[in-house]
Design a protein around this ligand. Structure first.
Ligand code: AMP
Length: 141
């Protein structure tokens, strides 16, 4: 399968689709997942036309994983989460639904299950509030 530049994350990168952005560098962008599996579910995507881990430019991947570390720290603080889960799916058989490479950052709590993947759209006011909490932790990092 070849990279489709009309996928939703490519449109977000080109500012052709809206996103609740929290962090950006020259190599990566982070924004809220609109169908969060837990409150604070954030995505980090590379600024590269890559479907998955196996075809992303390794230099940009390096910058992207640094962004994942930075955003994960802010998400942990913003949601006072004892645990942080990082997920990254490659291919439909692995459950990937958007074919622009991305990392999921999810705050985790003992005994709090996460919701089904890419299922229920969150209220935009809630997503904006959550993005604001994460941005505040990034500003004060
Ligand atoms: P994956 O199944 O690993 O490809 O994950 C794709 C993720 O993107 C899912 O968790 C979806 O909820 C999320 N998603 C889909 N469309 C959007 C969008 N427009 N903005 C933010 N997140 C999205």
């Amino acid at each position: 399968m070849s990279y489709d530049s009309n996928n939703i994350f490519a449109k977000i990168l080109r500012d052709e689709a809206p996103a609740f952005k929290v962090y950006e560098t020259d190599q990566a962008l982070a924004f809220m997942d609109v169908m969060p599996q837990v409150p604070g579910h954030t995505l980090v995507i590379p600024k590269d036309s890559a479907e998955g881990l196996l075809d992303v430019d390794p230099i940009i991947l390096g910058g992207t994983i640094c962004a994942v570390q930075t955003v994960a720290e802010a998400v942990k603080q913003a949601f006072e989460a004892p645990g942080i889960m990082i997920a990254q799916l490659n291919g439909p058989a692995a459950g990937q639904t958007v074919f622009h490479m991305h990392f999921h950052i999810m705050p985790r709590f003992e005994g709090l299950e996460f919701k089904l993947h890419a299922r229920d759209m969150e209220d935009f006011a809630v997503l904006e509030a959550h993005a604001g909490r994460i941005r505040a932790c990034l500003t004060h990092a």
